[in-house]
Design a protein around this ligand. Sequence first.
Ligand code: NAD
Length: 500
Amino acid sequence: MVRESSAVKKVPVRTIPVVNPATEETVGEIPDQSPADIARAVARARKAWDPWRKNPAHERARMLEEVARRIKDRARNLARLLTLEGGKPLRENVDEMGWSASCFEYYAGLIRGERGRVIPSIEPSQLNFVVHEPYGVIAAIVPWNYPILLMAWKLSPALAAGNTVVLKPAEQTPLSALEFRAIFDCLPRGVVEIVTGRGESAGEALVRHPDVSLVAFTGSLETGRRIARLCSDSVKKTHLELGGKDAFVVCEDSDLDVAAKAVAWAAFLNAGQVCTSTERVYVHSSVHEKFLERLAEFSRTLRVGDGLDPKTDVGPMIGDAYRRKVENHVAEAIKRGANVLCGGRRPKTHTRGYFYEPTILSNVDHSMAVMREETFGPVCPVMAYKTFDGALALVNDSPYGLGANLYTHDARKIKRFFEEVQAGTIWINDPLTDNDAGPFGGFKATGGGRELGEEGLREFQQAKHVHWDFEQQAKPWWYPYAPTAKNYDYGEPAKARAKK
Ligand code: NAD
């Protein structure tokens, strides 16, 4: 007789290496969690939901403020870890921690003053009001480019509204996110669960889980489409923040030195890996040549290097596949006639790391991928325009609609720009500034979700309308429909009917 071994067979945990994009060295590894692991995390979040939502709002606010305080206390270490795994210059990551803490504070403040609204009732004996209720368990899936900020933009309104959350960071930048397990331990167990793994396995298991009520996703258009399809069968609510191809219009009245520095920052910040990176620049033909000279001259001074070096302006890209996409866009543009004014190659000074030089292209047009598709790298194509009408048409000639920039003091142009451009954020004379109190999100294929502001809170709440009658009386419009003394036809007074 064969006897079963009493020893439990250990299934080896599959892991994913985390690589420093500046050195290509492995700096850590994370578990590639299985659907069963994800289901356990969802179950803990589901269990935590009822007590969490019943917590008075000021209690939830107090705990979110504690989260903000802990982020600020650990900002320097978190930022350093994020530079190691994500490559962004340390200075940008310290800023990211500051903005993340600020977002938790903003929603703590908002939820303290948040109330429903009393609306006019249709009968004297009724009170009618609207309350905003949480959904339940939220799946928050974020990319690697601003992993902590985008987590904060989802978690703080979701938690403030009374939801619990299962967070899945990107496989490239999970280490800084995992540090938040210690930060979130000031919240009741299960209110925030952090899971790790690949998008197509752990991510999809989370999206598909029946106890997840809403999927809040930031990432590429391709993955957004896939998630929307996965959620459509169960009519699960999605909140999608997808790609962009932001335009920057420079008018003839601009200070060209300032505009050139603004464009360089908006195009090369985080090595061009910002959803609102400037990826298309349109300059009035009368100043186009002068502007290009200044932009190229300034861009050549930017220092490419490891984000931990305080002299670095532009860090590495996140990975080789992303860099190859950039190289393909540049190569195709050159083949079709574009000129390279600076960059256009990997820096000779770095033999390791996924670096690419800040690149300025001229003589470009909308037949090129670099003007149509999201490049997501340090490439800035510049094109001349003759009329403002023409510039507006070029700005709107894109499947995306996240943000758009304008440099001018001409009030008529500014008014036309913010009224006619199909984008969720308009920046005039100051690119890419953030503000917790204003909604952020896109038009068209960027997805319709909004983060930040009151709109960001509403994304995680469902409205409920309460009709409350203080008297229990049968109503004249109920059955039976045949006229009686008490029950008369609509619009026909009982006296008029009696005369018939
Ligand atoms: P991505 O779509 O490849 O990955 C984003 C996240 O989704 C990661 O956590 C990944 O693991 C997960 N994922 C991947 N496939 C999945 C699946 N099938 N099911 C569930 N989860 C899955 O995007 P990326 O390359 O990491 O990020 C870059 C993109 O993000 C760019 O397109 C950029 O514009 C966009 N982005 C948009 C915003 C915005 O606010 N609109 C902000 C930042 C980045």
